[in-house]
Design a protein around this ligand. Structure first.
Ligand code: DP6
Length: 325
C-alpha cells in the first residue's frame, strides 16, 4: 500500500533538551510548541512485495541505508504491523535541513503518518505521537494541531503530545531568519547526550516546571508581552546549557547574534518582537500577525540573513491524496 503525508516543523517555546531514556526518547522535561505553516515535509511511503530492497530518497538524492534513521523508524512501523515487506520512502523538505529549523520534527511526523497508513495500521493521534517521538523527540509535537504540549510522562505510553489550542486560537507569527544553510556540526541527538555535562542542567530542570505553568497561563491569557519575554529567556537558558556542556556547543553565528541584538533594539523602538533559537544558527522571530511583514522586511536587510520565511500557526501532520511517486 502507498500513502503520503505532509507534516509541519514546530517551534518550541519551552524546549526539550536532554533525555531520561535515550532509546525511547523520553525527555527530561515537558515542552510547549506551535506548528509552523511554511516549514513542511512531504513523504510518500510504499510497502510492496515487488521491491527487492529498501530505498530512501531525500530531496531527490538516494540515501545510504547503513544507520539510516528513516529505515530504523520504518522497522518500528513494520514491527507494529507485523510485516517484513520492503519499503520505498521518498521525502521532500521545502526548507533548509540541519540549521535549527527542526527538520527532524516534520520529517519523522510525516514518515510516521504516511508509514503507518501504508503499513495498513489505523493509529490514534496519541499512538502516532508516541511512534513519531521514537524517531525524533520533537516530531511527537508535529502530530496534533496548533499549539501543543508534550506531556512529561515517565513511560513510552505516557510521553506524547496533545493540542492545547487550535491554530486559529492566536494569530502570532514566527518569522524565520535563515542565517546560513551550512549544516550544524553536532546534531541535536548528539547534543542531548551532552546535556548532563552542563553544571546548570539541574537548575534548568528545576525551573522548568514553573516555566511550563507560566507559558500555559500566558497562552491562555494571550498575554503576548509576558509570553515573549519568557520565550526569549528560555532560549537563552537553553544556549547557556549548550555553551557550558563538555565539549561546548556553540551554535550561534555572528549573524545570529547580530539578530538577537537587533531584536532588543527593535523592541525598544516600539516593534514588539521576541527571538528564540534551537540547536542551530537560524533565528525564529516571534511577533503579532500585524507586525509580521515589517519584521520580515527588517530581518531580510540584516547582513548575513539569506532569507526569511513567515509562518502562521498550523495544523499537525495529515494524509494527502497526491503522492510523490
Ligand atoms: C532544541 O527532537 O531534534 O529543538 O530527539 O534527538 O531527534 P532528537 O532531537 P530533536 O531535539 C529538539 C531540540 C530543540 C528543542 C525542541 O524542539 O523542543
Amino acid at each position: 500500500m502507498k500513502a503520503t503525508a505532509i507534516a509541519p516543523s514546530n517551534i518550541a517555546f519551552i524546549k526539550y533538551w536532554g533525555t531520561k531514556d535515550e532509546v525511547l526518547r523520553l525527555p527530561k522535561n515537558g515542552s510547549i510548541s506551535m506548528n509552523l505553516s511554511n516549514l513542511l515535509t512531504t513523504t510518500t511511503v510504499e510497502f510492496s512485495q515487488s521491491f527487492k530492497d529498501d530505498s530512501v530518497v531525500f530531496n531527490g538524492e538516494k540515501q545510504a541505508l547503513i544507520d539510516n534513521r528513516a529505515i530504523k523508524h520504518v522497522e518500528r512501523i513494520r514491527k507494529l504491523a507485523h510485516i517484513s515487506t520492503k519499503v520505498k520512502v521518498v521525502t521532500e523538505n521545502n526548507f533548509p535541513t540541519g540549521t535549527g529549523l527542526s527538520s527532524s520534527a516534520s520529517g519523522f511526523a510525516a514518515l510516521t503518518v504516511a508509514g503507518a497508513r501504508a503499513a495498513g495500521l489505523l493509529l490514534s493521534k496519541k499512538e502516532l505521537s508516541i511512534l513519531a517521538r521514537q524517531g525524533s523527540g520533537s516530531a511527537c509535537r508535529s502530530i496534533p494541531d496548533g499549539f501543543v504540549e508534550w506531556l512529561d510522562g515517565d513511560t513510552s505510553e505516557t510521553s506524547y503530545a496533545v493540542s492545547l489550542f487550535p491554530k486559529e486560537y492566536w494569530d502570532i507569527v514566527d518569522v524565520v531568519a535563515v542565517t546560513s544553510t551550512n549544516k550544524k556540526e553536532v546534531s541535536s541527538t548528539e547534543g542531548h547526550k551532552l546535556a548532563t555535562t552542563s553544571l546548570f542542567l539541574e537548575k534548568r530542570l528545576e525551573l522548568n516546571k514553573q516555566k511550563m505553568k507560566l507559558i500555559k497561563r500566558y497562552l491562555k491569557e494571550k498575554n503576548f508581552s509576558a509570553f515573549g519575554e519568557l520565550v526569549e529567556a528560555e532560549a537563552l537558558e537553553l544556549h547557556a546549557i549548550y555553551i557550558t556542556s563538555h565539549p561546548s556547543l556553540i551554535y550561534l553565528l555572528p549573524e545570529s547574534l547580530r539578530l538577537l541584538h537587533l531584536v532588543k533594539k527593535w523592541r525598544e523602538e516600539g516593534l514588539e518582537v521576541y527571538f528564540t533559537v534551537n540547536t542551530g544558527q537560524d533565528v525564529h522571530l516571534i511577533c503579532k500577525k500585524k507586525d509580521a511583514k515589517k519584521v520580515a522586511t527588517f530581518a531580510a536587510k540584516v547582513p548575513g540573513v539569506q532569507k526569511t520565511i513567515i509562518n502562521y500557526p498550523s495544523n499537525g501532520a495529515r494524509l494527502v491524496e497526491e503522492h510523490l511517486f
